[in-house]
Design a binder for this molecule. Structure first.
Ligand SMILES: [Zn+2]
Ligand SMILES: [Zn+2]
Length: 359
């Protein structure tokens, strides 16, 4: 037998190897994640930039100018209203003074006392102030209503402009989404450009090295890369599309496994065949047709696979005999003379019991 049996080593080593293999897979996964996150930070299309390019610049300027004007008009109006309020207070005050003075004069007239010169003057002053205030109040009122009209006008213009801009925004949105999609596709392609060569490398390594001692490392690497590829595909392709990719991959894996198993059953590999021969020889059945090997002390015995294992006496289950033996059922040579030492050896097992010669 050319291939050496793999040594297994103490359990702590095996455990550490498994643990570190998992750690390796996780670290490879992270490393790829960092690369993909970096690709994600590439600048994409900007909505305000597209708007500046596609919207009418005059309209945009006008909308801004009108917004400023509206704010100013609001401020002026608030100012005028405040002044009107102060004026109103003053008017009420002068009216009250006037009423008091008039009451005093009425009293004086009733008592037939001549009103004082100061009272006369104060009444005239209050009257003048009252009338002036009234006039001022009226002027402010006119101003405020003029501002109101101006505001209505401005708001109407703003609405019209906004409607025009809204109509222009539809193509802006379409343009933006087109750019966005193109950018996303570029990102997906870049990510796959990183991942697919790694995936191909992993597949090649698995195909070539799956029986080597480092198979676990390669599988860890392959699983990490494959998971990232699946995540990227899931992130960028529509779910409907991804569903088909996933089911096709699953179908491929299942079909491949089935083909592999069927081929193994139909023409088993060397290791598999040896395992089968060994089990048959152990229970003294022909490895080819399962007819009992009746030689030596077992010549007149009857047994099954289960009963032969239950026989406690180790001397009984043996069919040692210094004669070659051929299965009477299928004609396969089961024990033969060793070409090197002439002892009788198992014909279908690799080594001679007597001299260790391997074939
Ligand atoms: Zn046979
Ligand atoms: Zn031999």
């Amino acid at each position: 037998m050319a291939e050496k049996q793999q040594t297994k080593g103490p359990w702590i080593h095996r455990f550490l190897v498994r643990l570190l293999t998992v750690a390796l897979a996780v670290l490879v996964f992270w490393l790829l994640r960092f690369v993909i996150d970096d690709i994600d930070t590439w600048p994409g299309p900007n909505l305000s930039e597209v708007e500046a390019r596609l919207l009418d610049a005059d309209d945009l300027e006008q909308v801004e100018a009108i917004a400023i004007e509206i704010a100013q008009t609001h401020r002026t109006m608030a100012n005028q209203k405040r002044r009107q309020q102060i004026l109103g207070d003053s008017t009420t005050n002068s009216q009250r003074t006037m009423n008091q003075l008039l009451a005093i004069r009425r009293l004086s007239l009733e008592k037939e006392v001549k009103p004082l010169q100061e009272e006369q003057t104060a009444l005239a002053d209050a009257e003048t102030l009252f009338l002036a205030n009234q006039k001022q109040y009226q002027l402010l009122n006119d101003d405020i209503s003029r501002l109101n009209e101006q505001l209505d006008d401005l708001q109407e213009r703003q609405r019209t402009l906004q409607q025009a801009l809204d109509q222009q925004r539809q193509p802006v949105r379409e343009e933006y989404y087109t750019l966005r999609r193109r950018h996303d596709m570029k990102l997906a392609a870049s990510k796959l450009a990183v991942l697919v060569p790694l995936l191909v490398l992993a597949v090649l390594l698995i195909v070539r090295q799956r029986n080597s001692s480092y198979a676990a490392l390669i599988y860890a690497f392959g699983i990490a890369v494959l998971t990232q590829v699946a995540l990227v595909m899931h992130g960028y392709f529509p779910t409907d599309y991804f569903k088909y990719v996933l089911i096709l991959v699953a179908l491929g894996v299942v079909a491949w496994s089935l083909v592999y198993l069927i081929r193994l059953v139909a023409s088993p590999g060397k290791d598999w065949l040896l395992k089968q021969y060994r089990e048959a020889y152990e229970t003294f059945f022909c490895p080819v047709c399962e007819y009992p090997i009746r030689r030596g002390p077992l010549k007149y015995q009857f047994w099954t696979r289960r009963s032969i294992k239950r026989r406690a006496n180790p001397s009984t289950p043996s069919n040692d005999a210094d004669q070659p033996y051929t299965c009477p059922m299928c004609g396969t040579g089961l024990f033969e003379q060793c070409t090197k030492c002439d002892a009788i050896r198992h014909a279908l097992l690799p080594a001679c019991m007597a001299c260790g010669d391997e074939k």
